[in-house]
Design a protein around this ligand. Structure first.
Ligand code: F0G
Length: 462
């Protein structure tokens, strides 16, 4: 028998239930975006055609997860679903103790409160919005120790999530280990464009931290996606299963915060996991203050069951290959149209390089925000700004942080859209790119004090 010809890629599931989408007219979209203050977070979902705002809580659950929802044990204390979730976390991630929370930022809140003292510094491989805010609210200062390539949208480095060990060493030398409660390591670094950290780099970070007695806390939100890239790219890892790589990554840290709304394929949920018994005690004492009893932490029993099942699905090779493959499909299509995007194509979305897309706009007229609004006007496609608005103001100077990365994120929900939707998205972005010179900047007319990107309002300049 001869070799089969190249086979097309297809989603490893079939569709059992559909949710109709609403199409809008240009006129309707003009009104909707004006009323939303040119902020895609403030649009009504029903006015959106293809929703690529986020991959958070937007997954389609499997039939097995829905079946699990019917097995919710809604006892206030000791729900059987908590024990299922605890077993899944131990089996897949390997952490000893589980503290459930309603979503990721709640885990960050509790972790920051138990570990960070005023004046502490927390090094990490690039900030995430809510993570850094909780570190700051606890009196800490985040210090970015990611490699320089991560800040360059055009660098093809295969592991742009890697830590620059010299930068980390310098932070330790400057502040001393006693002022560093932990190093915060994200997998599939969101703000860098969904870029992975390598196992080799994390091992080296671990060795350095161990030498100074510093903990590593892992933001495991997209660890399965990171593991897939390691299998694809890291020498010596092609023969490992995604599950084994996930476990190897987790084994190099002392605990994790998790937004289960991403990798774990659920609409709500999260947790904090810790190996240390005393830290676990402290976290368990706080979760009852802010979230709920330590065996549900803000989730219903049925939600915990769906997370437990979703964690198992998240490390299945066919699933993760198709998930990351769909993102790649969209990214490569945009590259064919000549649209500037962050490379290598990331795990959970395609990130448009708004500085290169709109070079005529200064960063303080918010090019990424303006581009996201323009994409909505063109086709009803909803994207998200990840640039100067998301980055906020420097607490010391009060000025916009003007980050090097000024991006628009086209985030792909898991198992929700088909390849045909990706084609429509690519065509819309290409059309906007063709008339990019006419796109104007925005001025911010309402600015919330924290996480301003969620609720800020803008008006077009001129
Ligand atoms: N860490 C990372 C890396 C995240 O991407 C998120 C959320 C969180 C923590 C916080 O988790 O939303 O469950 O409280 N990211 C979403 C996004 C909001 O759109 O990127 P949460």
């Amino acid at each position: 028998m001869s070799e089969p010809r190249r086979r097309s890629w297809a989603e490893p599931y079939k569709i059992k239930m559909v949710e109709p989408l609403k199409m809008t007219t240009r006129e309707e979209r003009e009104r909707a975006i004006r009323e939303a203050g040119y902020n895609t977070f403030l649009l009504k979902s029903e006015d959106v055609y293809i929703d690529l705002l986020t991959d958070s809580g937007t997954s389609a659950m499997s039939d097995r997860q829905w079946a699990g929802m019917m097995l919710g044990d809604e006892a206030y204390a000791g729900s059987r679903n908590f024990y299922h979730l605890e077993a899944a976390v131990r089996e897949i991630y390997g952490y000893k103790h589980l503290v459930p929370t309603h979503q990721g930022r709640a885990a960050e809140h509790i972790l920051s409160k138990i570990l960070i003292k005023p004046g502490d510094v927390v090094p990490g491989n690039m900030y995430f919005t809510t993570t850094r805010l909780h570190q700051e609210l606890a009196g800490g200062t985040f210090v970015d120790v990611i490699i320089d390539e991560a800040h360059d949208p055009a660098s093809e480095h295969p592991f742009k999530g890697d830590v620059d060990l010299a930068k980390l060493q310098a932070v330790i030398a400057e502040h001393g280990a006693a002022k560093i409660p932990y190093v915060c390591i994200a997998t599939a670094v969101n703000m860098a464009g969904g870029q992975p950290i390598s196992l080799a780099n994390l091992r080296a970070v671990r060795a350095l931290c161990e030498a100074h007695g510093i903990r590593i806390i892992h933001d495991a939100t997209r660890v399965a996606e990171n593991a897939y890239f390691i299998k694809e790219r890291e020498p010596g890892c092609a023969g490992m299963s995604v599950a084994a790589i996930v476990r190897a990554l987790c084994d190099l840290s002392d605990g994790c915060t998790m937004s289960a709304k991403k990798d774990a394929l659920v609409n709500i949920g999260g947790f904090l996991a810790l190996n240390d018994d005393d830290l676990f005690d402290a976290a368990r004492n706080l979760v009852v203050v802010y979230e709920g009893l330590h065996t549900y932490g803000g989730m219903a029993g049925r939600d915990m069951e769906a997370v437990a099942i979703g964690l198992h699905e998240s490390v299945q090779y066919d699933h993760i290959r198709a998930r990351v493959g769909q993102v790649k499909y969209l990214g490569e299509k945009l590259q064919k149209y000549g649209v500037p995007i962050v490379v290598p194509i990331g795990s959970h979305g395609v990130f448009l390089d708004a500085k290169a897309f709109l070079p005529h706009l200064d960063q303080d007229v918010y090019p990424a925000q303006a581009l996201a609004a323009e994409l909505y006007l063109d086709s009803g496609l909803r994207a998200m700004e990840r640039g100067n608005v998301s980055s906020g103001r420097d607490p010391k100077t009060g000025l916009n942080r003007r980050p090097r990365l000024e991006l628009v994120r086209l985030t792909i929900p898991r198992r929700v859209y088909t390849q045909a939707h990706m084609d429509v998205v690519a065509e819309s972005v290409a059309e906007v790119y063709d008339r990019r010179d006419a796109i104007q900047g925005l001025t911010m007319v309402y600015e919330p004090p924290q996480l301003r990107f969620f609720q800020a309002r803008f008006e077009p300049l001129a």
